[in-house]
Design a protein around this ligand. Sequence first.
Ligand code: HEM
Length: 550
Amino acid sequence: MSPPKTAGDGMQDLRNHFALSGLVHIRKATVARPGNAQAVPTVPYWLPIVGHLPNMAFDADGFLKGLRSKYSGGIFALNFGGATHNVMYTPGLATALLHQKPNIAGSEETSKQLMVRVFGYPSNELHKYEAICPDLIACYNHLLTEPSLGSMVAQTAIRLKASLKDLVTGNSSPVDQMEWEKSCNVDVTANAKGQPVVEASLLPLIRNFVAHVANPALIGSDFLSNYPDFMDDLWAFDRGFLYLVVGLPRWLPIPSITRSYIARKRNLEKLEVFHTMMERVAESKKVEPKWSGLDDVGPLVKARMDVYRSHRLSIRARAAFEHALLWAANANSDVLIFWMLTRIYADKLLLAQVREEIEPYCKAVQRTSELPIGDAPQLDLLDVDGLCSNCPLLKSCYLECLRLDTASWSLKVVQEDFVLQSREKDAQSWLLRKGEFAHAAHNLHNTDPAYFDEPMTWRADRHVQYEDGSKRGVAEMGSVRPYGGGSSMCKGRSFAFKECMMFTAAIVAMWDMDPAGGGAWNIPRHKKATGVYATSDETRVCIKQRCLEH
Ligand code: HEM
């Protein structure tokens, strides 16, 4: 870090002071602790209190990657606003942190703050929060285990089969378009061969398509039918998410903050109506006709209803919990599918290989017809288990996107002094102190050249391995941890895996895509987000139906 570039005695004093504080931190790093546990090396900083916040605001990615090469022990400590944040990036240390008991290093307090600050949980019901959490966590079994997981996946596959032919309809008027087409600036045009094609912005198209098809397995079909604009507000909310996390107020002149607050308000109002109707159903009272299909609400949300009722939770608090669930269910997987598709379509050879691999499990056809208007194309076959178990190249694409297109961090608050040590032989142990923060920075590991050859290159088959000369490859997650770990590990990970595999395979099987205006695909640049990276670059594509078998 370079000192302030200003002359003068006063400034020199200031410089000496900051330099000294840097030295103090370097010294502290080298002092050995009882039992060989060392203090975590503190990265020097110039500005007391503010600490490393300017470095993070200016270029977080470059700053952290630089520290990774400098602090080869796998851990370093930063100062944000006077608080110590220990950042670790080796799999051994991350695992050791994530498996600490919550009373040693937990995230409960942070989750509670997030629920209030970000998702709109009413602060006057915080006394019920701790009591209800274990019961709500128990409900996540419905997302992770059979038979509920299987039934959610099967329901989603049925909806996907039914909707795929309408990914783009070719209708230029929004009145006739599907909900997912309405916010992706559709333009109906013709390609160089004079064939009709639909030009659209890929990210909004894909994430809205996935959301409209997959969310009914969680919240039932009435919710998005009655509130088709809910997803647009969820994305607006998501864009301001990080501002809400740090508690920036609504009146600041930053448009994405204001939009995020407005979107949250609208989303909570919709979820309150949903919960009012669910409560009426539970009391066997009549509901409005447009809510007559609530019996297809998914097993997880139904189980949560029982918990809300037994704890006498207000409708507003229930809405906030569902807001958090719907955000978690969409913010990452819907966007990851966009990255998978972009990267597969960008490489014609890879696209052909993926199509060949998935064909026994996912096949689109168009039947011939004697009638003047032919049958619509359809997915003849969608075997989700087959795709997940027998398509190592597609799975490797999913894993490679998780490695390179996500920036997950797991955050814990240290509740008691403890010694953190990886299980590797002769691993150095580190002393973490009560009141400090501990972050497992999974993305720093994912791009670490010590673990991945040419780490910034996206390689489709990077994760495929062949055992003992076998021709049949397998793709495994390895040390990549996009879903966090320990007790707070992502509860939707099993559903997300199947969701990403089935949507990517189905779209690839039925549709062709090329960059609008011709030329090569440009992979959009990453933009900071909470898990899977977003992007501000627009990917305009021409989409047309593949020439399918009859
Ligand atoms: C590619 C897709 C996804 C990624 C990368 C992802 C990632 C994550 C991460 C990093 C966490 C925090 C873990 C921690 O604190 O250690 C998390 C939490 C969570 N995720 Fe996911 N997620 C994905 C998809 C989903 C889906 C589809 C659902 C629901 C259907 C879901 C539901 C949840 C829930 C409920 C939590 C909170 C768990 C808790 O606090 O106990 N996620 N996810």
